[in-house]
Structure formats: C-alpha cells, structure tokens
Design a binder for this molecule. Structure first.
Ligand code: ADP
Ligand code: ADP
Ligand code: ZN
Length: 225
C-alpha cells in the first residue's frame, strides 16, 4: 500500500470500548507506516512507570470514567507534536469528548491540517461485552488478543510477536465495562455526528472478522489519496 499521500494522514478511529479500534489501528499503521497514537496505551504506560500523570489517570480508569479533558488533551497534543507524526497518525481512543475533538481540530488547523477520515466501527453491545470479557493484552508490546476470537498461535499465555506475558485489563471486568459503555454513549457517541458534519465519517460494520474489517478500512484510506 502506498503512503505517498499529498497531505498528512490523520485518522480517528471511533467506536465503543471493545469495538476493535486498537486492533484495527495497529494493522492500519503497519500498512501505512505512520504511528498509532492510543491515549489508553499512553495512560497505561504512565501508570506502569508510576508517573504523576499515571497515578492521576488511574483514579478515573479504575472506575471506567474519562480522565479530565485538560490533562488528556495536553498529553495527546504533546504526542502529536513529535517528529514521527509529521506524516500523520492513527488516533485510537482520542478524541472521546466534543472538547477533545475541538482541541484536535484547532491544533491541526494551526498546521494547516485536518482529520481526513473517521471510521466508526459498528458493533452490537452484546458483541463488545463478549470481546472485552475475553480480551488479553501483551504486557510488553500491547498487542491485542482474544481468548476465543483471536488467540495467540502458540502458548495461550504468551504474545506471538514478542513472547511477552498476556494479561487481562483491570477495567475489563463486567461492572466497569457497563460503566464504560454508558460513558461511551453519553460522551463519545455524539462525536459520530460531529465527524459526519465534517464530511469525514465512514461507518464500517465491525461485526466481521478482523481481516475483513481491515480490508474495508484500507479501501477507505486508498480512496483519499
Ligand atoms: P478501550 O480500548 O477499551 O476503549 P482505552 O484503552 O482506549 O479503552 O481507554 C482506557 C481508559 O483510559 C478509559 O476508560 C479512560 O479512563 C481512559 N482514557 C483513554 N482515552 C481517553 C480519552 N481520550 N479521554 C479520557 N479518558 C481516556
Ligand atoms: P478497542 O480498542 O475498540 O477497545 P480492541 O481492538 O482492544 O478494541 O478489541 C477488543 C477485543 O476484541 C480484543 O480481545 C480483540 O482481540 C477482539 N477483537 C477485535 N476485533 C475483532 C473482530 N473483528 N472479531 C472478533 N474479535 C475481535
Ligand atoms: Zn507482545
């Protein structure tokens, strides 16, 4: 797949928790040669390193609530200002509120850039609950697995890519998942309308095999070039 896009490619992955944003973002980034910027991964990295940001974020993440906008926006804008994002990035988990979306637009506009595509992965509540229940993440490289739908090829407790230990996220317990879904519908789902109004929304049926969803996403990106 070519990456010779005239304009830097900023893509925003939308969808409920467990819809497959991280899985699809990672595959898309491998194909496009641009970085994946996952706000959740950055928070978890900070938590692992016990930074003040990580300790603050934890109070919200543990409850399935959103980390406050000012903290989140500063963190992601710092990341997008790094040189490796010059040709674009696939954002996964950000923006999650209208204030975050507006801040992203303003920062890109300053550089004469914009969000080019906002795919929304459409998946039923029942499917996302099953996906989160069986989700496992590599402690070392953050690769995503599912006990049933996307298990590692070899040892079921180890990452195929790096051999790292697979773990279950604390916020993937059913109680917290219910709250995360509630927060999604209340605070994040309105962004679907926002990106529709900006002419960049691309609804994608996320209830199909990973490779089939990925093929649709690549076709949508190819249509931009
Ligand atoms: P998922 O992949 O299940 O959607 P994430 O890894 O993206 O979850 O996010 C995990 C948690 O990190 C969220 O429940 C929230 O507490 C926090 N978080 C991640 N991104 C944001 C954001 N853009 N704004 C506020 N909080 C966020
Ligand atoms: P999100 O980033 O939107 O929270 P993930 O990419 O972490 O979602 O996916 C959630 C879980 O569902 C993971 O365990 C992943 O392996 C699994 N998964 C992702 N896409 C699919 C799919 N198309 N079909 C079945 N399971 C999937
Ligand atoms: Zn790994």
């Amino acid at each position: 797949m070519t990456t010779s896009f005239k304009e830097p490619l900023f893509i925003v992955m939308m969808g409920a928790p467990g819809a497959g944003k991280g899985t699809q973002a990672r595959l898309l980034c491998e194909a496009l040669g641009i970085p994946q910027v996952s706000s959740g991964d950055i928070f978890r990295e900070n938590l692992k390193n016990q930074t003040p940001l990580g300790l603050l974020a934890r109070q919200y993440m543990d409850k399935g609530a959103l980390v406050p906008d000012d903290v989140t926006i500063n963190m992601v804008m710092d990341r997008l200002a790094q040189p490796d994002c010059a040709a674009g990035a696939v954002l996964d988990g950000f923006p999650r509120t209208l204030a975050q979306a507006a801040a992203l637009d303003a920062a890109l506009r300053e550089r004469d850039l914009r969000v080019r595509l906002a795919p929304v992965l459409e998946v039923s509540d029942e499917a996302v609950i099953n996906r989160l229940a069986g989700r496992r993440v590599c402690r070392n490289c953050q690769a995503m697995y599912h006990l049933e739908f996307n298990p590692p090829a070899g040892d079921p407790t180890r990452c195929d890519k790096c051999g790292g230990e697979l773990y279950r996220r604390a916020d993937d317990d059913p109680e917290t998942v219910r709250n995360r879904l509630f927060v999604y519908y209340k605070q994040t789902a309105p962004l679907v309308g926002y990106y529709f109004a900006h002419g960049v929304l691309k609804p994608v049926d996320g209830d199909r095999p990973i490779e089939v969803v990925q093929a649709d996403l690549r076709a949508a990106v190819a249509a931009l070039a």
